[in-house]
Write a protein of this length. Structure first.
Length: 363
């Protein structure tokens, strides 16, 4: 199957959200982290006011503050949600009326406090970066980027690095990088294309090889969950689509109060293990799957899919391999072959997850 998550980033990110190394990204996040602080604030202690310079913007000030904080475009949307007011409508109002509406909404929303992420911007002005619930469990981008640097180095010279194009090495530029971050989120795609996994009889009776890759994404301001996805793949093309992906596995953590602890207990060890993991487990599983016969392929597939889908998967495998499904490996190959014809990404990934679970039967 093909994965388009990195390609979507590549298509939509401006130059100032593209990084040339994990080290550069980590330095950026460490600076931002050093300027930021979390506070739980009572709604009754907050007041939204028009900017004193009359520039048409609004600011927010706390009970014990003397300098109001600027409100970013993102945090205004979150603040409006907390005040139970449509953000687009608030943005269309004059600052005096917008302030009154937000103050009224915050006082009457029934939610007594907010979780505020405060920072100092490049002009050394206080800024409200995010407004969340008081129990929001923030996983800092700086924590993630630092862990990636610890295990994978700069992402340029180590084994796991920004992937090449069609399997060939590249000089990383802002046009072809797979390292992205903004004031809202981050996304990393690294791959080890040097130490490929050799797979006998991979496709149509021919040997082949696969590289290891992974995605990491997060938002410390509430724009997305934290997640890690690992997979094997053939190559990434110049627009950063991942082709020939197999064994896609995804793990997400919502930013609840337990999120930071779960990062420490579950995800950080996973990242450490991935860089040092032997490929023998994967090779063994594939070889085992090739030797596990399936007596009734359609019945096996119908335990997991509808009869119509089972027929389509069997046909997709025959079209690719020129033989019927006979083994567990054939089943996973047929599922991923059929997944390529699915238009919607979520459905494709769902099919690939099922294929990965079936392959795990061979472990």
């Amino acid at each position: 199957m093909q994965l388009t998550q990195a390609s979507n980033q590549w298509k939509n990110r401006p130059d100032d959200e593209r990084f040339l190394s994990i080290t550069d990204m980590n330095n950026h996040f460490q600076r931002l982290r050093s300027r930021s602080a979390e506070k739980v604030l009572l709604n009754s202690d907050l007041r939204v006011i028009p900017n004193a310079s009359g520039n048409g913007e609004i600011e927010i000030i706390g009970k014990n503050s003397t300098i109001p904080a600027k409100i970013t475009h993102w945090s205004l949307g979150q603040l409006a949600q907390r005040a139970q007011a449509p953000a687009s409508y608030i943005r269309s109002l004059p600052p005096e009326i917008a302030s009154t509406c937000l103050n009224y909404g915050l006082q009457s929303s029934g939610v007594g406090s907010i979780g505020a992420l405060l920072s100092v911007n490049d002009n050394m002005e206080p800024e409200l970066r995010a407004v969340t619930g008081p129990n929001y469990g923030r996983i800092w981008n700086a924590t993630i980027s630092n862990a990636i640097v610890e295990r994978f180095g700069d992402g340029i010279t180590s084994d796991f690095r920004v992937p090449g194009e069609f399997g060939k090495d590249i000089v990383v530029t802002k046009q072809n990088t797979t390292l992205y971050a903004s004031d809202r989120d981050m996304f990393v795609f690294l791959a080890d294309e040097k130490n490929r996994i050799e797979i006998p009889n991979r496709r149509d009776g021919k040997n082949g090889s696969l590289a290891r890759g992974f995605f990491v994404w997060n938002s410390e301001v509430g724009a997305a969950t934290f997640g890690v996805a690992s997979f094997l793949f053939d190559y990434a093309c110049s627009n950063r689509i991942v082709w020939g992906a197999q064994g896609y596995k995804e793990f997400k953590i919502r930013h609840t109060s337990q999120a930071p602890e779960r990062w420490i207990e579950e995800i950080h060890p996973m990242i450490k293990q991935y860089t040092n993991s032997s490929t023998m487990g994967i090779v063994t599983a594939i070889k085992s799957a090739m030797n596990m016969p399936v007596a009734d392929p359609k019945g096996f597939l119908q335990q997991r899919f509808t009869g119509t889908l089972a027929d389509k998967i069997m046909q997709a495998h025959f079209n690719d391999e020129h033989k019927p499904i006979e083994t567990i490996w054939d089943v996973t190959t047929g599922i991923t072959a059929f997944a390529r014809s699915i238009e919607h990404q979520d459905a494709r990934v769902g099919m690939e997850r099922t294929a990965g679970k079936i392959l795990e039967m061979a472990l």
